[in-house]
Write a protein that binds this ligand. Structure first.
Ligand code: PA5
Length: 473
């Protein structure tokens, strides 16, 4: 599936294959081909149900023309009026924005002077650590800040608490026009956020039906913060479309997402329970975080769709090349045979950084001088890939010719499709998150919410083991 055009991302699975790795490890083409039928069925199921139910996200590259226009107009107003843009959201309501911003904006965006930035300073506050909220309030000026409160459910305790804090802050600092400082992105019908939004005439964007949190990066959840910072959201969607077009075939070797899904299913079956995503580019650092959530929440499930116990999932991990060569690589090359490493490799960086060749006195420095950091990072990627190969450890590479809105759109849509296909192959619901909901309900119960479902949870929690003194030392 090597692409010949110069802006398509490429999935290179050579270093997963038995004939490349050596006889004991790796996957054979026969193993992959044995999936011909289930893979075709998985592709067909997703294709047939496009846009329906939980698959609303599949159509996002195609059905957002009007909303994109509205986002662009709103983003332009925000850029003109505000110096700070703060996203309040968690999980799927934050990770896409963080990843896209890191990928496509200057790596020290907020530190740039205003005239060199494409928009206001951006903060994505995806935690409720009290110190972090206090720290945020130390560095923004409420009068010059627009807050984008994002919650699909409109119920999440973290985000709704943040909302209450900033509503109060804005009322005290801005006065009666406080509501002009808040954009709410939420479900059109359910939850508290939509009710608050309508009551207070907040600017509203809707999360389309069938777009769950972790699949929402390419709808207003991710598109508004991206557009506010000057990212070309039309190119993001064009990239997603281009990937979708490559995923139309039921033939495994003609559909990159299907090939990847089959491979990951085989690996899970073979006990490869850890999936390390290791970008060799700081710009893609948070794409690994985004992937981790998508993979973990979608595929970590205890029952099949028919209710049979299954307890599946592959633990996603993030690592950064080259930084984590100096912290984790030892484990990857010599530890248990339980991992697959996915490298994200960039063909051309946005900067060329030469290493000066002044110093002739020291052999190492003389050797490095005259080369570039671009050459060095490439050599280290190839070196790490080889070290894994030599130790019989599996890796694969996703090659991005450049990091731009188009390739990022391709990448995100690719992994969303892979996730959906793996869900089909495993016969699980890849779009719910009962484990997360359990913790949300338990937290409200701990806080003493008197609604019936929380009361019941409180009783259940009171009956749980209290822990023994001797286990605390
Ligand atoms: O992927 C998911 O569904 C979750 O991570 C949610 O995005 C997260 O729990 C936040 O939920 P909400 O957007 O409803 O506030």
């Amino acid at each position: 599936m090597l692409r010949t055009d110069n802006h398509s991302i490429v999935l290179d699975v050579n270093h997963l294959m038995a004939d490349q790795l050596g006889h004991n490890y790796g996957i054979s083409p026969e193993e992959i081909d044995a999936y011909r039928q289930p893979a075709a069925m998985a592709q067909m199921a997703i294709q047939k149900n496009r846009g329906k139910g939980f698959l609303g996200w599949t159509e996002l590259p195609y059905n957002q023309d009007e909303i994109v226009e509205e986002i662009l107009v709103t983003a332009a107003t925000i850029r003109e009026r505000f110096d700070y843009f703060v996203v309040l959201g968690i999980g799927g309501s934050a990770l896409g924005s963080i990843a896209v911003h890191q990928a496509l904006n200057h790596l020290h965006y907020n530190q740039l002077p205003k005239e060199k930035r494409n928009g206001p300073k951006l903060f994505v506050e995806d935690n409720i650590d009290p110190e972090r909220m206090a720290a945020l309030l130390d560095v923004i000026e409420p009068k010059k800040t627009c807050f984008n409160v994002i919650s699909k459910s409109g119920e999440t305790a973290e985000t709704m608490s943040q909302y209450l804090i900033i509503e109060d802050l804005l009322k005290k600092t801005v006065g009666s026009r406080w509501h002009e400082h808040i954009v709410a992105t939420t479900d059109r019908e359910t939850g508290n956020l939509i009710r608050l939004g309508l009551e207070h005439s907040l600017k509203l964007f809707y999360i389309p039906a069938g777009v769950g949190g972790r699949f929402s990066g390419l709808c207003p959840v991710g598109l508004l913060p991206a557009a506010v910072c000057g990212i070309d959201i039309q190119q993001l969607l064009a990239g997603a479309r281009a990937m979708d077009e490559r995923c139309q075939s039921q033939q495994i070797w003609e559909n990159p997402a299907l090939l990847q899904a089959v491979i990951q299913h085989i690996l899970m079956d073979n006990g490869i329970n850890i999936h390390v995503m290791m970008p060799y580019a700081d710009s893609l650092k948070y794409m690994a975080d985004w992937f981790c959530q998508l993979w973990a929440e979608s595929l970590g499930k205890n029952v099949t769709r028919k209710g049979m116990a299954i307890n599946v999932g592959q633990t996603p991990m993030k690592a950064l090349g080259v930084t984590d060569q100096h912290s984790q690589l030892q484990l990857y090359t010599e530890g248990p045979y339980d991992k697959v490493v996915t490298f994200l490799h960039v063909g051309q960086f946005r900067n060329e950084t030469p290493i000066p060749s002044e110093n002739k006195e020291y052999p190492v420095l003389e050797f490095l001088g005259g080369k570039s950091l671009n050459q060095l990072i490439e050599a280290e990627y190839l070196g790490t890939q080889y070290a894994l190969l030599r130790s019989g450890r599996m890796s694969q590479t996703i090659h991005l010719p450049v990091v731009n809105a188009h390739t990022v759109g391709q990448f995100m849509y690719f992994f969303e499709k892979v996730t959906a296909y793996v869900g089909e192959l495993l016969d699980i619901n890849a779009f719910n998150q009962p484990g997360v909901e359990e913790s949300k309900i338990a937290s409200y119960a701990v806080l003493g919410n008197t609604e019936e479902k929380y009361q019941k949870k409180q009783e259940e929690m009171l009956a749980a083991p209290k822990g023994k003194k001797q286990y605390r030392i």
